[in-house]
Design a binder for this molecule. Structure first.
Ligand SMILES: *Cc1c(COP(=O)(O)O)cnc(C)c1O
Length: 785
């Protein structure tokens, strides 16, 4: 038996246990019929399941022993598993962390999503450039999903709307779909940690209808009827690889409707089992929208209630708004979803009518409250006027929900004061709230960093802290204990060695594990400013070059590590990757400098790579222009693993700073309220770059890092400098110098690392979920017996 076969055998055995728990959980929930929480997300960035399931089920030692008895080692084949990578970045990973917390905290909750045939593309670096390969992750089957050929629904598109008058003389509408496809359910069991509760992520896959269009077939259009069958399967083929950026493709809109249509049929079927009146729907069902991607669910529920269940518009709308709530993930204009009216009209004619009606009734209320303010009506309308008109999905989501939340304090404040300021005035501030994101300590500490998890468990006398992360604060008492510091920093070193081995294997480069590991891994984006980081690396390299050998001895050695994917159509982001790789080529081949500085780009950033990378970092960079990163969650993962942050005053960095204390985080840069003013100033004078930045740019232009002509479009972005790299560059370098000074003091650094990690209790996704349950869903845990 080879490693892959050993993996499969183990996986199928663990799967059996999951299915047992899943069955008892679902039966128990059916018998109690509590209020259910449904988390709707077009993305679930799950990663691998085997190790996570073994740990959550608390059977890892048993499996290890049993495997040893038959001559196998779990560690030898655990990496055979391919990641379930059905997401782009933070948003999709958040959904996965939330599922772990919902299961662990015993909530009767389900996730709903799409079973993409191709997950996020695989990134390879060829000649320094990103190239994309399809992620056909299902080639060798997937032990973690259960195909449910018994759970299928029809989904319609296009067709026509018919108007009729009912027995009471009321105008009513029916929608007859033209294109029909079938949604098939695939269930993904999610075990809680230290509980029998095992919840479900139900992922939909599109299939052609079995009834083939025989009319067409008989007319001799065989090709055409096969094409149509294939088009049906296409709907769930591919995850759109854009992070924080809208690409308005028809197929994407089809995915969105396909998803909410199947999901609502499933949710309603479950609700109807108890034969309750429709008025009780919001007491039995809470639906959370993970960003605007599933917003059509609001319209589809209204359509079902009015057109199919014959409720009045107002009764239906009351139910809809009490059921839904919406999480906003960004205020960046280029990321806000809008779909053209003609496109929706063509694909979903009845839904477009309903959106216009929702908008009409809404604007009538606005008009009542704020008479004679046409500009306000224009600003608040769901419809953006123009040719063509557009549907603003964020407005629709906010109007159709009872709560709207941002994902960190600063971001929620920006939600209230920028994109939804008129809505706050209209609805009152209570509708707009904050739930700061979190990460699951089970995957991001216990699983990813077993050495540190064991050390903490030893110190705290058990694993209770993994279910109540606030208990971590008890290790602050040992922050200056020399023996504990030593043990703590030894785990860090082991993790650096583990990462160094991975780098050696994949890139053939040996990195210095005594150096400071300086990591920035996240999606490539101008607002995240990887460009500023690499410009800073060039500055460091050229400064090192100018020093004498003796002077270099005094410098803290750095291993700088980047990892992250750029959207395939994001030209500037891809150029940043190319620049990083060109600079790495120069630095790593300079034997004089390599002892002091190495630069690594790890290809194909993923959950599995994050699990190796994050525990090994001393410093990680979260350096977005203030006001642009909604929360960030990798910042939380790093600090939880004893890494410190070099970051801007943005997103959840701010709240992390509040928890760990100013001395345990390295903040720099422009603050959010100043950003707009600086952009305004920069528009009116030709920008002179910060001198050290100017020097670096010249060096690139002098072809020191390859032919500079290819970097012209990237360097040109510094002329308007929308993301304030020049403004922040000096403070950034100064802040990095402070990091180096702090790192030289080994005991001082250990104290910071311990104190910071011990202060991270707030950032468990368990806390986030408890806030949602209490303040948004009104849902309670159910202990499975
Ligand atoms: C946590 C995580 C992210 C989010 O990272 P940010 O730095 O918060 O943007 C993205 N991708 C993966 C694989 C992650 O694990």
């Amino acid at each position: 038996m080879d490693n892959f076969a050993a993996y499969q055998a183990t996986a199928y055995s663990v799967r059996d246990r999951l299915i047992d728990n899943w069955n008892s959980t679902q039966q128990y929930h059916s018998s109690k019929d509590p209020k259910r929480v449904y988390y709707l997300s077009l993305e679930f960035l799950i990663g691998r399941t085997l190790d996570n399931a073994l740990l959550n089920l608390n059977v890892k030692p048993n499996y290890q022993k049993a495997l040893t008895d038959v001559g196998f080692r779990l560690e030898d084949f655990i990496h055979e598993e391919v990641d379930a990578a059905l997401g782009n970045g933070g948003l999709g990973r958040l959904a996965a962390c939330f599922m772990d917390s919902l299961a662990t905290l015993d909530y009767p909750a389900w996730g709903y999503g799409i079973r993409y045939t191709y997950g996020i593309f695989q990134q390879k670096i060829v000649d320094g450039y990103q190239t994309e390969y399809p992620d056909y992750w299902l080639t060798f089957g997937n032990p973690w999903e259960i195909e449910r050929l018994d759970v299928t629904y029809e989904v319609n598109f296009r067709g026509y709307v018919e108007k009729y008058t009912d027995d009471e003389g009321v105008d009513r509408y029916t929608w007859e779909g033209g294109e029909k496809v079938v949604a098939v359910a695939y269930d993904y069991p999610i075990p809680g940690f230290g509980t029998k509760n095992c919840i479900n992520i139900r992922l939909w896959s599109s299939k052609p209808k079995r009834e083939f269009d025989f009319a067409q077939f008989n007319e001799g259009n065989y090709d055409k009827s096969v094409e149509e069958q294939k088009a049906a399967e296409n709907i769930t083929s591919v995850l759109y690889p854009n992070d924080n950026h809208l690409v308005g493709k028809v197929l994407r809109l089809k995915q969105q409707f396909f998803f909410v249509c199947a999901t609502l049929q499933d949710v309603i079927r479950r609700f109807k089992k108890a034969a309750r009146p429709w008025s009780e729907f919001p007491e039995q069902v809470a639906i959370q929208l993970n960003d605007t991607h599933p917003t059509l669910g609001i319209v589809e529920l209204q359509r079902i209630l009015v057109d199919e269940e014959n409720l009045s518009w107002d009764e239906a709308w009351d139910i809809v708004t009490k059921t839904y709530s919406y999480t906003n993930h960004t205020v960046l204009p280029e990321a806000l979803e809008k779909w053209s009216v003609p496109l929706i009209q063509d694909l979903l004619p009845r839904h477009m009518m309903i959106i216009f009606d929702i908008n009409l009734f809404f604007l009538q209320e606005v008009e009542k409250k704020f008479p004679n303010d046409r500009d306000k009506l224009r600003r608040m309308s769901i419809i953006q006027e123009g040719n063509p008109q557009y549907v603003r999905m964020a407005h629709l989501a906010a109007i159709g929900s009872h709560k709207v939340n941002g994902v960190a304090e600063l971001h929620s404040e920006l939600v209230r004061t920028t994109i939804f300021s008129d809505f706050v005035e209209f609805y009152g501030a209570e509708k707009f709230t904050n739930v700061t994101n979190g990460v699951t300590p089970r995957r991001w500490l216990h699983q990813a960093n077993p050495w540190l998890s064991d050390l903490i468990t030893q110190k705290l006398g058990g694993t209770q802290w993994l279910k109540d992360l606030s208990q971590l604060s008890k290790i602050k008492a040992y922050a200056t204990d020399a023996a504990f510091q030593k043990a703590w920093m030894e785990t860090k070193h082991k993790n650096k060695v583990r990462l160094a081995e991975y780098i050696k294997q994949t890139l053939g480069i040996s990195v210095n594990t005594e150096a400071l590991f300086d990591v920035q891994c996240k999606r490539l984006h101008e607002y995240k400013r990887q460009f500023m980081n690499i410009l800073g690396v060039i500055h460091r390299y050229e400064r090192l070059k100018s020093l004498s050998a003796a002077e270099r001895q005094k410098i803290v050695p750095h291993v700088v590590i980047f990892s992250g994917k750029a959207a395939p159509g994001y030209y500037i982001a891809k150029l940043i990757i190319k620049l990083i790789n060109n600079v790495a080529e120069v630095i790593n081949q300079d034997p004089e400098i390599s002892p002091y500085l190495q630069l690594i780009f790890i290809p194909n950033y993923s959950v599995s790579i994050a699990e190796i990378l994050i525990p090994a970092s001393d410093i990680s960079q979260h350096i977005s222009t203030a006001g642009t990163e909604a929360s960030g969650t990798s910042n939380m993962k790093f600090v939880l693993n004893g890494g410190l942050i070099l970051g801007t005053v943005d997103g959840a960095n701010i709240e992390i700073g509040e928890e760990v204390g100013d001395e345990n985080i390295f903040f720099f840069g422009t603050l959010t309220p100043q950003v707009e003013d600086i952009r305004h100033e920069q528009m009116y004078r030709s920008l002179t770059l910060e001198p050290r930045l100017e020097k670096v740019v010249h060096s690139i232009q002098n072809n020191n890092y390859g032919d500079s002509i290819i970097f012209e479009p990237l360097l040109a972005t510094l002329r308007t400098d929308y993301y304030l790299l020049s403004k922040d560059f000096g403070p950034y370098l100064d802040s990095m110098d402070k990091v180096d000074v702090a790192f030289k003091d080994r005991a001082g650094w250990a104290k910071k690392s311990i104190t910071a990690a011990a202060s991270m209790g707030k950032f468990s996704s368990d806390r986030s979920i408890q806030e949602y349950a209490l303040r948004i869903w009104n849902a309670k845990p159910v202990t499975v017996e």
